[in-house]
Design a protein around this ligand. Structure first.
Ligand code: ATP
Length: 224
């Protein structure tokens, strides 16, 4: 059977059970050989001060320790400044060869804005896209195509969409699979806020990560 690898990126500042649950569901539902958790640089427009990459990386490593199929991939952090997804996929593709399937996992919101991504037309030449959706999600505008209203994302879904994992695996790249995942009501913003205001973030993220945060005094105002 063709090998299949997926990549799931985020700032992971810090990594939490929302991310980890999704990672596990991707791994199981897609029967992946490997899932790469890819900490990214903070987007330039972000208001909050950046947590050092080394800390974000260390926390992801602690969170997935013991699961051999969940890999922590530091290739974007090794580079200065934000990297383009298409470049990361090129680098992964070079590493895994042309026959293995490569999947890029992204949220439905990100997928709807795909045509704003750098060299987006090349993404499907390099990888499949797995669009992570919430239960009941429907492609906006999907029912409006008859009236001529459309978007790049819904057009892509029409031309490249597949209905199941078996179809996805038939090629090394080029398909789009919408996949329902559990979206826990947890965000890194909420965790940073709780810690900054002296509240507990326990049960929102792994204890080992929380311990790391305490040890390194992350997310706590410097003068408190
Ligand atoms: P922040 O609150 O700092 O914006 P975040 O918690 O949203 O961070 P990111 O690192 O920005 O986390 O997210 C990386 C990826 O994980 C994104 O694709 C995002 O859609 C997904 N994600 C984040 N939180 C959840 C969650 N609770 N459940 C499912 N997916 C999530």
């Amino acid at each position: 059977m063709r090998k299949m690898i997926a990549v799931f990126g985020g700032t992971f500042d810090p990594v939490h059970f929302g991310h980890l649950r999704v990672a596990l569901e991707l791994k199981e539902q897609l029967a992946l050989d490997r899932l790469h958790l890819l900490p990214c640089h903070h987007p330039p427009h972000r208001a909050a001060p950046e947590t050092e990459s080394a800390h974000r990386l260390a926390m992801v490593k602690l969170a997935v320790a013991g699961d051999a199929a969940l890999w922590v991939d530091d290739r974007e952090l090794k580079q200065q400044g934000p990297s383009y997804t298409v470049k990361t996929l090129e680098s992964l593709r070079e590493e895994i060869g042309k026959d293995s399937a490569l999947c890029l996992a992204m949220g439905a919101d990100a997928f709807l804005a795909i045509d704003s991504w750098h060299r987006w037309q090349e993404i499907l030449d390099l990888a499949h896209i797995v669009v992570m959706t919430r239960p009941g999600w429907q492609m906006p505008g999907a029912d409006l195509t008859a009236s001529g209203t459309s978007s790049v994302a819904s057009d892509l879904l029409k031309t490249h969409g597949v209905a199941n994992v078996e179809q996805l695996r038939q090629q090394a790249a080029g398909n789009i699979l919408p996949m329902e995942v559990t979206a826990l009501e947890i965000s890194a913003t909420q965790i940073r806020r709780l810690i900054a205001t002296g509240h507990s973030a326990r049960f929102l993220l792994p204890d080992a990560v929380l311990q790391y945060i305490r040890q390194h005094k992350l997310y706590t105002p410097v003068d408190c």
